[in-house]
Design a protein around this ligand. Structure first.
Ligand code: NAG
Ligand code: NAG
Ligand code: NAG
Ligand code: NAG
Ligand code: NAG
Length: 338
């Protein structure tokens, strides 16, 4: 009995081995270990360690992921032979430089994800043939500056993620040609100021992420070009001053996060365009984690708070820091008692 079992086991092992050899030879050797799938539109190729980095791409490749390899370099001709490529995912490598010619072979590219690499710069002209690019993710790289010419050629970009870099300043005119941009993420950088014309260019920005920077002041005109803005994240900055007209004209805002700043007071009229009595914010607002001075200068805010209290986040963490008599009280309790 046991020897029959042994023979059976050996036969199974042999069959498995045969299968393994057959499959690793049957697939194109240079895509060894990559996940390859075909659809009517073309081939999708996903390579993660321990697979090999692909040496060759099928001509009908529309999707390519080469992630988690810690690659420091990509050959300039990597994308030759895949002229229909639509999505390229290169996250979690260690790319510190790209060739200016890198994207020339793939003019139909819609998505480029370079999350978690080591880019300190981009070559001017990288996007000269990228008129179809919709989504560009440069999150968690090492960019300290940006140059207007690096983005030249992007006409269809709707989503730009520059979060988690080391940006200290931005050049004027950065977004001037990005007319269809919907989402701009500049969160988790080291921005102290923003160029006043930053938002001139996009015609319908919907989401703006500026959280996790070092902004000290929100000036009057910054948001003015974007009356359709719906989500605005300014939390975790050093904002002490917000201009009275900063939100003027934002008639569609559904989410405002001003939490964890240095606000002691805000000017009268700041809230006039937001929430009730005009409309409900769909999501809500957060002004917690600020050292509010609860005196008569906040009366306008108190009034607005009561009218919009069902849209307030973190009400329990929204407290007066002074004067002494009110220290520790929630703003809402003070507002309601008036
Ligand atoms: C193929 O492309 C068309 C048009 O872009 C798209 O609507 C469809 O979902 C795609 N099919 C697959 C399987 O990806
Ligand atoms: C990439 O680097 C990380 C961190 O050093 C390491 O844990 C991982 O094993 C590396 N991956 C490869 C494929 O070398
Ligand atoms: C970046 O790559 C380009 C082209 O491959 C090369 O000319 C340039 O010297 C590289 N720059 C750095 C800083 O490595
Ligand atoms: C913006 O568009 C104008 C007109 O098409 C063009 O001349 C200019 O080079 C573009 N600038 C950038 C930075 O893309
Ligand atoms: C409200 O905040 C106080 C002090 O920060 C805390 O002790 C209490 O548990 C909080 N209550 C709720 C309901 O979160």
């Amino acid at each position: 009995m046991s020897s029959w079992n042994g023979a059976q086991n050996q036969r199974t092992l042999f069959l498995l081995l045969l299968l393994f050899v057959a499959s690793s030879q049957g697939a194109t050797p240079s895509l060894k270990g990559c996940l390859v799938s075909q659809s009517d539109n073309g081939s999708s190729i996903s390579c993660h360690p321990p697979a090999r980095v692909p040496q060759y791409l099928p001509a009908d490749t529309i999707f390519l992921a080469v992630e988690f390899f810690n690659l420091t370099q990509l050959p300039a001709d990597t994308l030759h032979g895949a002229p229909h490529l639509q999505e390229l995912h290169l996250s979690s490598n260690r790319l510190d430089n790209l060739s200016a010619e890198f994207l020339l072979p793939v003019p139909q590219l819609k998505v480029l994800d370079l999350t978690r690499n080591a880019l300190t710069r981009l070559p001017p002209g990288l996007f000269q043939a990228s008129a179809s690019l919709d989504t560009l993710v440069l999150k968690e790289n090492r960019l300290e500056v940006l140059e207007v010419l690096w983005l030249q050629g992007l006409k269809a970009l709707r989503f730009l993620d520059l979060s988690g870099n080391r940006l200290r300043t931005l050049p004027p005119g950065l977004l001037a040609n990005l007319t269809v941009l919907r989402t701009l993420d500049l969160g988790e950088n080291q921005l102290k100021t923003l160029p006043p014309d930053l938002l001139r260019g996009p015609l319908h920005l919907e989401r703006l992420h500026l959280e996790g920077n070092r902004l000290q002041e929100l000036a009057e005109g910054l948001l003015a070009p974007q009356p359709g803005l719906r989500y605005l994240f300014l939390n975790n900055n050093k904002l002490a001053v917000v201009a009275a007209g900063a939100f003027q004209g934002l008639r569609q805002l559904d989410m405002l996060d001003l939490s964890n700043n240095f606000l002691t007071s805000v000017p009268e009229g700041l809230w006039a365009s937001l929430g009730q009595p005009t409309r409900d914010m769909k999501d809500g607002f957060d002004i917690s984690g600020n050292p509010w001075t609860c005196d008569q200068n906040l009366h306008d805010l108190y009034h607005w708070l009561v009218a919009n209290e069902d849209k307030m986040f973190s009400g329990n963490d929204t407290r007066c820091a002074s004067p002494k008599a009110l220290k520790g009280q929630t703003l809402l309790a003070v507002a309601r008692s008036l």
